[in-house]
Design a protein around this ligand. Structure first.
Ligand SMILES: [Zn+2]
Ligand SMILES: [Zn+2]
Length: 99
């Protein structure tokens, strides 16, 4: 999952989300509480909603990515591993949070 660690892509996604109204986790939809604004973005990681094997065929677009808090991101990858296939956001939310 090296591409997910591309720091440029992650910071572009974070800047876009800030412009659009603020940082929120796309999975649990929590916003950071009492965290310094300049530190809050370190909570978030960029996650590919399209399997990397497919995504490799073209350049990654920001629309292929979601912003997840580090906790949800870890859970999503755990769920993907246990299901044995890539999960979209809705599937991941159902499996992880039951909604
Ligand atoms: Zn989250
Ligand atoms: Zn990921």
């Amino acid at each position: 999952l090296r591409r997910e660690r591309d720091p440029k892509l992650r910071s572009r996604l974070i800047e876009l989300r800030k412009k659009e109204g603020g940082l929120i986790c796309d999975l649990c939809e929590k916003v950071p509480g009492e965290v310094q604004a300049n530190l809050a973005e370190s909570i978030y990681e960029a996650h590919h909603v399209i399997p990397l094997a497919v995504g490799d065929e073209r350049s990654t677009k920001l629309s292929d990515m979601v912003l997840l808090c580090a906790c949800c991101h870890r859970l999503v990858h755990k769920a993907i591993a246990s299901e044995g296939r890539w999960l979209n956001l809705t599937e991941a939310r159902t499996i992880i949070y039951g909604k």
